[in-house]
Design a binder for this molecule. Structure first.
Ligand SMILES: Cc1cc2nc3c(=O)[nH]c(=O)nc-3n(C[C@H](O)[C@H](O)[C@H](O)COP(=O)(O)OP(=O)(O)OC[C@H]3O[C@@H](n4cnc5c(N)ncnc54)[C@H](O)[C@@H]3O)c2cc1C
Length: 441
């Protein structure tokens, strides 16, 4: 079942030429295209299915600095401001609110980890409050029980995944950018070793700049170009319950279950990090670089099935540019929901919050979360193919940093001063045998 999604119009004609072509209409591609168009560039945004229909509508909507890896924290902080600015400058609504994020725990170890992060965050100018047992119990009163402690990050917030990417695409169109849905990019045309065009299922667009923001499809697309991008995805299943106004907090995270107000009268329920691994050829290809990541996270992972092979996003084969590609056979990645997980999520939520006793699941869906080996996105121009910029592998936390990432990618393309230091993100790091620490969260 797809997650709820606001549908938008498609531009009537595919242009013959553009200053930049963005491939992929998730939160990263839409914000990238928007910031490029804001600088006066002629931008075409290609989406093989519907804008926002994959990960970017299937997530919880968290826009957080709390517990961010040091490499992503500056981007997260900038993004929170950009979410606000976007609404103010376009009049388009993404549902972004700085509602604060509340984490509760009974584990001394977990609380000590949050306190360490608080100390680190202070050095970056980010404020977050550790909560005493009394404070955590008061803030978590909806659970009707006592907590050992918690943390509250007042400047963080959430946006509404149902409307965010479509809203940004609409803002792009107001800047004369074009949006092409049901239009897959099949490949890149080159001239003199540089990008010269993007070949789509509906024709070729001449351009010197192609940005690949293809989410879980990015690695297989790169493979067609002889570019190695280690990427793996896991399948997460979540659900929603209809909620009476005022009963539930906006956001509450515990190790057992997490709930988030969705902005449509529902709350999303999920178990953080819990996912299924659906083995694919690509998964086997990159098994080695992903060992540190999977060793660290194996407790939350279970073996899935043939869903990954069926979906086709991690195929190892080369495709022809004059025939439908796997992306046209799977317009929207909508993998099977893990029913056992959804039942467990709901059971845990009812146990945590007595007011949910009579609640019914209103919707359930799953999504492939695409990741890099170190859990930090791959953003940067490819040295072997000038004009080709990769922006993928957002590793389960790309929605919140969508505006900052889009701004940074636009900076890279136009050569403007980057909004944050781009070096930690460059995909070149995956060419070395040591790729650094796996992100904590
Ligand atoms: C259950 C779940 C919970 C999550 N919770 C959070 C959260 O609370 N906060 C957070 O920050 N992040 C969260 N995430 C992660 C977040 O959703 C992703 O990191 C983010 O949406 C990635 O955005 P994207 O634009 O890179 O990818 P996507 O949204 O997947 O978009 C990529 C798009 O590219 C298109 N595409 C691919 N190839 C082509 C092609 N060749 N031609 C044309 N189009 C193409 C696809 O159809 C797709 O629409 C969660 C993810 C999941 C699944």
């Amino acid at each position: 079942m797809p997650a709820p999604l606001m549908l938008i119009e498609t531009s009537p004609n595919l242009p013959d030429a553009a200053d930049a072509v963005v491939i992929g209409g998730g939160i990263i591609g839409t914000f990238t295209a928007y910031y490029l168009a804001k600088r006066g560039m002629k931008v075409a945004l290609l989406e093989k299915g519907r804008i926002g229909a994959e990960q970017s509508s299937r997530n919880w909507g968290w826009c957080r600095q709390q517990n961010r890896d040091a490499r992503e924290l500056p981007l997260a902080t900038k993004s929170l401001d950009l979410w606000e600015q976007f609404a103010a400058e376009t009049g388009e609504q993404t549902g972004f609110r700085r509602c604060g994020l509340l984490y509760l725990s009974d584990s001394e170890e977990e609380l000590a980890g949050w306190a360490r992060w608080r100390d680190f965050a202070r050095t970056a100018g980010v404020t977050t409050h550790m909560l005493s047992s009394a404070e955590a119990t008061e803030r978590g009163r909806v659970t009707g029980r006592t907590w050992r402690g918690g943390v509250f990050s007042p400047t963080d917030g959430t946006a509404n995944p149902t409307i965010a990417a479509p809203a940004v695409a609409r803002a792009l169109m107001k800047l004369r950018g074009t949006v092409h849905q049901s239009c897959a990019a099949r490949g890149i045309e080159t001239a003199g070793g540089k990008v010269a065009g993007v070949i789509t299922e509906k024709g070729t667009i001449r351009t010197g700049t192609a940005i690949l923001a293809g989410g879980a499809w990015a690695s297989s697309f790169c493979r067609q170009l002889g570019i190695r991008f280690p990427q793996a995805s896991v399948r997460q299943s979540i659900c929603a319950v209809g909620t009476r106004a005022g009963v539930l907090p906006d956001v509450l995270h515990t190790a057992a279950v997490t709930l988030t107000r969705r902005g449509d009268g529902n709350h999303t329920l999920a178990i953080s990090g819990r996912a299924r691994v659906d083995p694919t050829l690509q998964f086997l290809l990159f098994a080695k670089p992903f060992l540190p990541m999977f060793t660290r996270r194996w407790r939350q992972l279970a073996l899935g099935g043939i869903e990954g092979i069926r979906s086709g996003h991690e195929g190892a084969s080369r495709w022809r540019l004059d025939r439908p590609t796997p992306m046209e056979r799977m317009r929207i990645l909508d993998p099977a929901v893990d029913e056992a997980t959804v039942r467990l999520i709901h059971e845990r939520a009812v146990k945590l919050i007595p007011a949910l006793k009579d609640s019914a699941i209103s919707a359930a869906w799953s999504g492939y979360v695409d990741s890099t080996p170190d859990g930090v996105p791959g953003i940067g121009e490819n040295a072997s193919l000038p004009g080709f910029v990769l922006a993928a592998g957002f590793s389960g936390h790309g929605f919140g940093i969508g505006p900052g990432a889009g701004h940074l990618i636009a900076d890279i393309v136009t050569g403007d001063a980057p909004i944050v230091d781009p070096r930690p993100y460059h995909p070149d790091r995956f060419a070395h045998s040591s790729w650094g620490k796996v992100a904590d969260f």
